[in-house]
Write a protein of this length. Structure first.
Lengths: 221, 221
């Protein structure tokens, strides 16, 4: 399988379990960083060790260039955006959220750690908004109407707890002309934490290609 | 200065330049991870080296517990949320965004790297939504009306370019009863990329304290 998504390893080295291991330990370090009591000496040593690793990766990491997502028939939703900052398996910014599509609707689960905190004990409202944008987008692609976000409205109903099992839901409500209307919810158990209402704009795929080539990216073959 | 914000090093080791160095190299590794062409062998070695560091931090990183943000008179806006996933200097999830308050309005600048990509060459719409939630929140606190997000509506006007200098703006439009109305914009040069309209709900600070203590957190002294 060829994974591009505007990122990613080249054809010689497709992303695999090693990149997954690298991403997993980065997530662990990110979460440690926001609540460690390590001494300045230990932190300095840790930073120095990480700088050595970054220095090793530097010569084998080409300058970033955008490329076009490779969607194909029968693709699993978790493969839509493997490098996404929201749900990407290979992006350490993304919290561990898993998604599947059942009867045309997106069902997701996740448990967000310390680094995603906003109000005390709760997931940051911005993280919630970001997850909705992504999950509504996955619902659109799953329904064959992948589109750009036009307007996204998030309504926060109750606190979204940190370090708790959350469930996500998203589905397309309808398509009218170039507009796709999509909704989503986040629950903690039976409690509704937040809901989203999005209007997405269908964009011709050729515009994506033109845009990407203008920005210096290439098509994966 | 005591920095709490629901996270952070203990009083013996307040966050400083060492944690900033640690966070900076984590950001570098996160961005490398999404577009490196490193071989599986190199990635495995890199992951192993990072696991050693995570193992060293483990015994000096207490279990996460929520605590209450310590706002004080004359505080700079970048100190409101030092561990925030959106603009936190000490949270590697946060892109490098700097903010200041001029005449009661929040002005920010930032340049987002590969890990924040959504559409080819563009900042992820979810990241944009997340930044707005945070920056509108900073505007509220700066105006003395810090509040919880009720409804946040983002309108995407044009693509927000990656690896380009962006400017952020947010200000409170008015307060009516317990509702705070706040707006924001993101520009790339003179071009409007996205705008936000938020309704925030004023919450009694004592509810924060109660909530935090219920969740097992403590007040910083």
């Amino acid at each position: 399988m060829s994974v591009v998504d505007g990122h990613g390893a080249d054809a010689t080295h497709p992303p695999g379990s090693e990149l997954e291991r690298f991403t997993a330990v980065l997530r662990r370090l990110i979460n440690q960083g926001v609540h460690t009591s390590a001494s300045p000496q230990l932190l300095d040593g840790a930073a120095a060790a990480l700088e050595v690793v970054a220095g090793q990766l530097e010569p084998v990491t080409p300058p970033w260039a955008p490329s076009v997502p490779a969607f194909y028939e029968g693709m699993k939703p978790e493969d839509f955006f493997p490098f996404s900052p929201m749900i990407g398996r290979y992006n350490a910014l993304a919290p561990p959220v898993t998604v599947e599509v059942v009867d045309g609707a997106v069902h997701g689960t996740g448990n967000l750690d310390a680094a995603y905190e906003g109000p005390p004990g709760c997931v940051h409202g911005g993280v919630i908004a970001a997850l909705f944008d992504e999950l509504l987008g996955v619902a659109n692609i799953s329904a064959g109407v992948g589109a750009m976000t036009g307007t996204l409205t998030i309504t926060y109903r109750s606190p979204t707890p940190l370090q708790s099992d959350l469930t996500f839901y998203a589905k397309v409500l309808g398509v009218e002309g170039r507009k796709v209307r999509t909704m989503g919810t986040i629950h903690a158990g039976d409690r509704l934490c937040a809901e989203a209402d999005g209007i997405f704009i269908l964009v011709d795929h050729s515009r994506f290609l033109t845009h990407t080539e203008t920005r210096g990216g290439g098509r994966d073959s």
